[in-house]
Design a protein around this ligand. Structure first.
Ligand code: AMP
Ligand code: GLY
Length: 431
């Protein structure tokens, strides 16, 4: 790894998706970042990659000690819920993210719902079941629409919005019948909320939450929000309906009470608090918490953040977030995900990709890699379902959208599937 020496920190990013490429891209721009590692990374982060998997805590901690890593930033929820932060901290290594106990906010829907109920945080009404017959009996009374959720982590497949009673029964049978393994031993059955869905992000130091931005993900595979749910086919932000009042309402009614409740429970929350909300007629209600940056929302956040990310993350780890503020580029950013044909079901790998050159000083556009690999002779190929996150910033949402799709057109990835309507809801949506 030959990197020019600069005074500053050595930083390790854990993960291999588009979110991690965007984080690494932003961290590398900081004058505070002297050296960067991404483990294991993808072809877009090749200059920084080390071949250690995100679940190899011993290997990652060894690397951190050996290379004098000053700060580790964890992308995905898996390592966080499995306690990577605790392992690093026991060895005196600084790491940005929640402890295993605090990561239950994402790792257990029951934990999250019970915490919201106790703290009076607005969320969908719900019941918890660990017995299938009781869950089915409840559905007999309740009917539909209803949302059935596995308690544990299920790689985005744990929540089923059932529009009919029959679908709800099938969801309970599937989840509690072993379809999701241990994650489905308990289910949450909850009220189906109606309204605009929005992802809101804060960074937290255990005591203080500092708002980042809000964005709208596009979870369905096809245009007009049709087709199956995916990890996210694109995002834009900030949403047109976002404003200071709404942000304040969510900080006061959700983010701050969550932080207080976690501190009271002896699990102060450090890291990114990603609040998934629906803006209902009765006000914003929480769908779920995630304890990490979103993917593809982070591609938007990093494109719009003008402040130094290293300083923000350091302040979180040091408990020094109070009084800090952030600067954002004006306008909007938009990310179009190019996926392998067949995603989110079975998809092929090894599909060739040819990328256009972007000017080295290009700050308004980026092609963030997700499932990509560099293969001798074949060159750049796809290696996952979501392959590229083509992202642009503009003075308006319209400009960001135009610039992102112009760039998509210049990418040689012939069989790629992508949505043509990312951001369209931004022109029509009024909650
Ligand atoms: P989750 O795994 O909780 O994020 O849920 C996945 C998706 O299901 C969310 O992004 C929403 O689109 C939808 N969803 C989850 N809970 C509800 C709810 N109570 N009402 C309506 N839609 C929901
Ligand atoms: N974009 C949704 C997520 O990261 O979970």
């Amino acid at each position: 790894m030959s990197q020019a020496y600069k005074t500053g920190l050595t930083i390790l990013v854990v993960g291999s998706g588009g979110r991690e490429h965007a984080l690494a891209w932003k961290l590398a721009q900081s004058p505070r970042c002297a050296r960067l590692f991404v483990a294991p990374g993808n072809a877009g982060t090749a200059a920084w990659n080390v071949d250690i998997r995100g679940d190899d805590f011993a290997g990652l901690a060894d690397l951190a000690r050996r290379e004098g890593v000053d700060l580790t930033v964890v992308g995905p929820e898996g390592p966080l819920c499995q306690g990577i932060v605790d392992v690093f901290q026991e060895q005196g290594l600084k790491i940005f993210g929640p402890s295993r106990q605090a990561a239950q906010l994402e790792g257990s829907k029951v934990f999250a719902k019970d915490l919201m109920r106790q703290a009076g945080i607005p969320t969908a009404a719900y019941r918890v079941f660990d017995n299938k017959d009781e869950a089915l009996a409840y559905l007999d009374q309740y009917g539909a629409p209803v949302v059935v959720k596995a308690d544990g982590l299920a790689a985005g497949k744990g929540a089923i919005v059932a529009l009919t009673y029959e679908e709800a029964v099938r969801a309970v049978e599937h989840i509690m019948g072993g379809g999701l393994g241990e994650a489905g031993k308990r289910v949450v059955i909850e009220e189906c909320l109606v309204g605009q869905e929005v992802s809101f992000f804060c960074v937290c130091d255990g005591q203080t939450a500092l708002p980042l931005l809000a964005a709208q993900d596009h979870k369905r595979l096809r245009d007009h929000d049709e087709g199956p749910n995916t990890g996210g086919m694109g995002a834009y932000g900030p949403p047109v309906f976002w404003n200071e009042d709404l942000e304040k309402t969510i900080m006061d009614s959700v983010a701050n009470p969550t932080l207080e409740a976690m501190a009271d429970a002896g699990a102060p929350f450090v890291g990114v608090l990603f609040i998934g909300l629906i803006l209902t007629e009765a006000g914003p209600k929480v769908l779920e918490y995630n304890v990490r940056f979103g993917d593809p929302e982070t591609q938007i956040l990093m494109m719009l953040l003008a402040s130094d990310l290293v300083e923000v993350l350091e302040a979180c780890v040091e408990g020094a977030l109070a009084g800090k503020s952030l600067c954002w580029h004006p306008g909007a950013a938009l990310c179009v995900v190019m996926a392998a044909p067949g995603y989110p079901e079975k998809y092929g790998k090894g599909l060739p990709i040819v990328l256009p050159d972007l000017a080295p000083d290009e700050g308004m556009r980026a092609i963030y890699h997700a499932g990509t690999a560099w293969v001798q002779e074949a060159g750049l190929v796809s290696s996952g379902g979501r392959v590229l996150g083509v992202t642009a910033r503009g003075e308006s949402l319209k400009e960001a959208q135009r610039a992102a799709y112009d760039l998509v057109e210049r990418i040689g990835f012939v069989s790629a599937h992508y949505r043509r309507d990312i951001g369209a809801k931004g022109f029509i949506s009024r909650p």
